[in-house]
Design a protein around this ligand. Structure first.
Ligand code: NAD
Length: 364
């Protein structure tokens, strides 16, 4: 099978981890007889440096002509001056919005081989297997007004948390459908005791839940959800949340998995297998950022990016066996004891980003 992939490595450790995903894709292509045609595009800080914009038109066209997008991460201190009118992050936000990628799937799994890499006690981690569904094109990230200005009483800034019924309903529906294929439990996260948009969210969650009587639903305030994620993580199956809440909760959940570098994600414009809303391209990226503190050292963990590639094979290309082979390769190198620095607290063989990519690709 021939499939075209837009590769957008971005900044910091983005290119380092994406390079390893490409090694793994090549190994999958060789083993299963597929031809993955890769087209590189600039995005983020390096695109600002080169073109003055975080999302050049060329990159948009590359994405539109591809079957899927493999993204690294964007941003870094060199582009962080608040006086700048363009920011690296605007590039990825614009892609998500323009492709309608409203559903961000973030599976969180604890690998038994890494159970001692987390600072949490192993008894809290056994059996953790959840899917956080983050709403990705609305909420606090996108609501207008969003601006800064100066008044006679000093500087002011405003962001807006705004949702339409349609935006809330479609993400919850994806959540319920995904829960039906899993353990049939759904936690709808909101802050309805304080936020009006959350009161609407809960009202719609109650309405949609009536169509899924088999799914056990819990409505949970985001602050309580943050606590339960650490206190009783194995109780969660599918978690559905607003954009910013989901961002924060999954960084927290990465501690369960041992590191930020472990978690993959898929951003979709419709439910997998039900392309009813659109046939637009989907995007795959690790949940982490550009990690400026370790960028350029060859120590970043590429597993989150590699597992995102497995999600691409399964969800965009329908290559179940191929996706399983990537996930099995990750499993087996972890069991064999290979560790990048971030997951090395339990010992094992310390390897670089590139060596981790090699051992995984060699297992395919
Ligand atoms: P981060 O995710 O980049 O890093 C947080 C911590 O996790 C750091 O200590 C880092 O070293 C570690 N870490 C992250 N990924 C790792 C990996 N693969 N292997 C080992 N350790 C890893 O978050 P941050 O430091 O808050 O943000 C840095 C920059 O990344 C900022 O400019 C931010 O805007 C950007 N960012 C971009 C995205 C994106 O492009 N999707 C997401 C989050 C943050």
């Amino acid at each position: 099978m021939r499939r075209s992939i837009a590769v957008l490595p971005g900044d910091g450790i983005g290119p380092e981890v994406v390079t390893e995903s490409i090694k793994v894709l090549e190994a999958v292509g060789n083993r299963f007889g597929h031809d993955f045609v890769l087209s590189n595009g600039r995005i983020g800080g390096n695109a600002i440096d080169e073109y003055g914009t975080p999302l050049p038109q060329e990159t948009v066209e590359t994405c539109n002509q591809s079957d899927a997008i493999l993204f690294g991460a964007v941003g870094g201190p060199q582009w962080d001056d608040p006086a700048n009118d363009v920011r690296p992050e605007d590039g990825i936000l614009a892609i998500r919005k323009s492709l309608g990628l409203f559903a961000n799937l973030r599976p969180v799994k604890v690998y038994p081989a890494l159970i001692n890499s987390s600072p949490l006690k192993p008894e809290y981690l056994a059996g953790v297997d959840m899917l956080v569904l983050r709403e990705l094109t609305g909420g606090l990230y996108f609501g207008k007004p969003k601006k800064r200005w100066t008044t006679s009483r000093g500087r002011r800034g405003v962001d807006t948390l705004k949702y339409t019924e349609l935006e809330i309903e479609r993400i919850l529906r994806v959540g319920f459908e995904l829960a039906m294929g899993r353990r049939k439990k759904l936690a709808s996260v909101d802050k309805q005791n304080v936020l009006e948009s959350s009161r609407l969210w809960r009202e719609i969650a109650l309405e949609v839940s009536e169509e899924y009587p088999e799914v056990e639903v819990e409505h949970i305030l985001v602050d309580n959800a943050a606590m339960q994620l650490i206190r009783n993580p194995s109780s969660f199956d599918v978690i559905v949340s607003e954009n910013t809440f989901g961002d924060i909760l999954t960084d927290e959940a990465s501690v369960l998995a041992g590191s930020m570098g472990m978690l993959p994600s898929a951003s979709l414009s419709s439910l997998p297998g039900k392309n009813v809303l659109s046939k637009r391209v989907s995007l795959y990226e690790p949940i982490h950022g550009t990690a400026p503190d370790i960028a350029g050292q060859g120590v970043a963990n590429p597993i989150g990016s590699i597992l995102s590639t497995a999600m691409m094979l399964r969800l965009s290309f329908g290559m179940e066996e191929e996706a399983n082979s990537v996930e099995a390769a990750v499993d087996s190198v972890l069991i064999e004891g290979y560790r990048t620095a971030d997951i090395s607290s339990d010992g094992g063989e310390l390897v670089s980003t590139s060596a981790m990519g090699n051992v995984i690709a060699n297992q395919i």
